[in-house]
Design a protein around this ligand. Structure first.
Ligand SMILES: Nc1ncnc2c1ncn2[C@@H]1O[C@H](COP(=O)(O)OP(=O)(O)OP(=O)(O)O)[C@@H](O)[C@H]1O
Ligand SMILES: O=P(O)(O)OC[C@H]1O[C@H](OP(=O)(O)OP(=O)(O)O)[C@H](O)[C@@H]1O
Length: 239
């Protein structure tokens, strides 16, 4: 994609003053990565060509900026890399940020991609949110144990968590749990598995995230990248 020269971008962080270890930008493989392309291009970031090829065994990629490398990791792991300072910048769903609630992560920018919601769902025959709130305990299959626990605890319901990494929608029909807490976008996965959404816990989009300590120690470089992403968002939305 051609990068606009009409809207000036903030200063390029690749200056001699920033010489040293390149900043690391952690990107989530999977569906967010496929939506990120135009935004990265607008922000003037061109990673090595195979960064989006998930068959490639490489995990770290140089970019057109000597002071910026990209790593490609699992979506849940982006937050962990950034929280521990292994990557200074990242892109991550708000669902993951809610689940881990790392205090080392600052999320300055909503990127408006990866739009979905975290919801409670159950069998069509079962229960409304009001019914569930009347129970004292409920079994919940989810890859979001903290979000689910917190959600039901706020309603005075004890959640017994069955921790799965995928295919949560199978759990109620196979007797593994009464309800599930999972991401919903179109609702087609729920429908295809005979489930209905009973409550939306939170709306989700992907966020630009940064490590708070890195932002203090390298404020110009990281601040310039935040500004670049912000300008890229503004440009894309103006089109
Ligand atoms: N159906 C969806 N619609 C929109 N965004 C979604 C949807 N499902 C997930 N996301 C967003 O994309 C992120 C990653 O989801 P994705 O399905 O690519 O990975 P995953 O399959 O959960 O990861 P892993 O490979 O580690 O199991 C989620 O954290 C969420 O922010
Ligand atoms: O409402 P929908 O549009 O049907 O989207 C929701 C589905 O998308 C996600 O799964 P994903 O496709 O990422 O597969 P996974 O469960 O294997 O991660 C999520 O876990 C749901 O199963």
């Amino acid at each position: 994609m051609e990068i606009s020269t009409t809207v000036p971008l903030p200063a390029d962080p690749s200056t001699p003053a920033e010489a040293g270890a390149p900043l690391v930008l952690a990107l989530p493989k999977g569906r967010i990565l496929s939506e990120l392309g135009p935004l990265l291009a607008r922000a003037g970031i061109a990673p090595a060509a195979d960064y989006a090829d998930e068959d490639s065994r490489r995990l770290r990629f140089e970019t057109n900026h000597p002071s910026l490398d990209v790593v490609r990791v699992r979506p849940f792991d982006v937050a962990t890399f950034v929280a521990h300072g292994a990557a200074q910048i990242g892109v991550c769903g708000a669902d993951v940020l809610m689940e881990f609630d790392y205090d080392q992560i600052y999320a300055p920018l909503d990127l408006g991609i990866g739009r979905c919601r975290v919801s409670v769902a159950g069998p069509q025959s079962s229960s409304t949110a009001e019914d569930i709130a009347a129970w004292s305990r409920v079994t919940v299959a989810t890859k979001y144990p903290t979000i689910a626990h917190r959600h039901f605890a706020a309603r005075g319901v004890q959640a017994e968590i069955v921790h799965l990494n995928g295919a949560m929608e199978l759990a109620p029909s196979l007797g593994l749990s009464r309800v599930i807490v999972d991401l919903v976008q179109t609702g087609s996965t729920l429908r295809a598995n005979g489930l209905v959404e009973t409550e939306v816990i939170a709306q989700v989009t992907s966020r630009l995230i940064v490590n708070r300590t890195a932002l203090k120690t390298r404020p110009e470089a990281i601040g310039a990248w935040i500004a670049r992403f912000r300008a890229a968002m503004a440009e894309l939305h103006a089109r």
